[in-house]
Design a protein around this ligand. Sequence first.
Ligand code: SF4
Length: 106
Amino acid sequence: MVTSEQLYERLNNGIRFLLQENGVGPACAGRGDIFFLENLFEPASRDAAETYAKELCKDCPLLRACGEYALAANETEGIWAGMNPSERRAIIQKGQRSARSGSLSS
Ligand code: SF4
């Protein structure tokens, strides 16, 4: 089983590769203002920032690695791979339910 630490390393390797190849990192680099919305107090601003962050994630070459890490690590804050915390929680819970029902039926 791959650990969240290994997935984090894979994500960081991807970021290093992007930097070497393109000279720029992923769109979220240095953009805590829109990717970590917990810092915004105005709900309207949060919604707009979240929508914008999710759009940026769609074109990210690290989308898959980012999402796999964020789910495995159960990241509780920020936008990762176009998912906000409640969307990630829902995916994790669905996976846990599936695993439980699978273990009950086997
Ligand atoms: S998918 Fe989004 S949050 Fe993940 S590295 Fe790319 S831009 Fe950043």
